[in-house]
Design a protein around this ligand. Sequence first.
Ligand code: 1HN
Length: 374
Amino acid sequence: MTLDNTPSAPTGEDPELVSLYEDLLDVDLYPLWTITRDLLTPSPRPRSVPWLWSAQVLAELAERALRLIPVERGGERRVLSLGNPGLGGLPYAAGTLWGAIQCLGPGETAPAHRHSPGAIRFILSGDGVATTVDGDVCDMHPGDLILTPSWNWHDHSSASDGPMLWFDGLDLPMIEALDAVFFEPYPDFRQPDTEPHNRSEATAGPGPRYVPGSVRDVLTDAHSPLLVYRWPDTDKELSRLAAESGEAMVSLEYVNPDTGASVLPTLSCGMHRLTPGGRTLPVRRTGNSVFVVYQGSGTSVIDGRRFDWSAGDMFVVPSWAAAEHASGEGADLFSIGDSPVLRALGIYRELPLDTAQQVTGVFVPAQLQRTETR
Ligand code: 1HN
């Protein structure tokens, strides 16, 4: 069998050397000087590629699945996962991120369970579904962000006469890479529908629920006590930022109101508003991202590949890909990313480029960025 790390150094005629390589292989030891695969690349080489799934294709196939596939124990969810073609058949949007469209029909319940991977939902269309998160019934409306943090019981129940569609984002591939996946079904099919609903919105602290740009530091193992971020609040904050910015794109990150940290220890969630006619400069960032177009249309160039998008499309920006975004009519883009993990581990980097994708900025290590902003 030939493996990537089969010794390839010339063994020559020296019988002692020949037997050294044979003996090493026999006991599962690989000498570093013979390993031919790139272990230390000058910059990240994610296996995932820039890719886009169109809303029309997603909605059409979700609708067919809705007619044909019931939601039951075992499968648990009617979910179509974004499978990045660079990942050789894995059902992952990027190396560290799960992205998917989920569809729930009128009167259906997706059964209660919990797992160590954390998840978020961003609602695309429909109404009348609630996700119950550890007993708190969270009503879902388009544009809302709902958290189902690690190891929180959750189920989805529809009291609607139409289907509802939302985006699911999970850190599942990251938790799998860390060999830390746990899963447990809830004893009953669903959790009780307790009143009042949306308790986390009433009980969460008074701190800000959004920050401009993105969270720069803070890692705790706590998730946000606030489980729902409503679209009218997000919209208002985006408008406020846009009014005072003058930039082609304003971004905010949803944060834990108690700590200012990203909503989950493993996942960041953001919204980005491109002004009409706006065009950003390209930038590289470590960490994978999945974008969901909430409204409007535009174009992104990701490592030289151009993607035209409109409402409901989903696309992936792999780690360190040069990404720039532009919009004629204006647009709102939701995103998830693994940046909290990279920042906590001191390996987050950002590199602004000019329009010709030449380096204009000097790389500033995360540690320095933090001291500057404190
Ligand atoms: C999950 O629990 C949900 O709760 C959605 O809606 C997608 C993908 C993989 C593993 C668990 C949900 C999921 C998932």
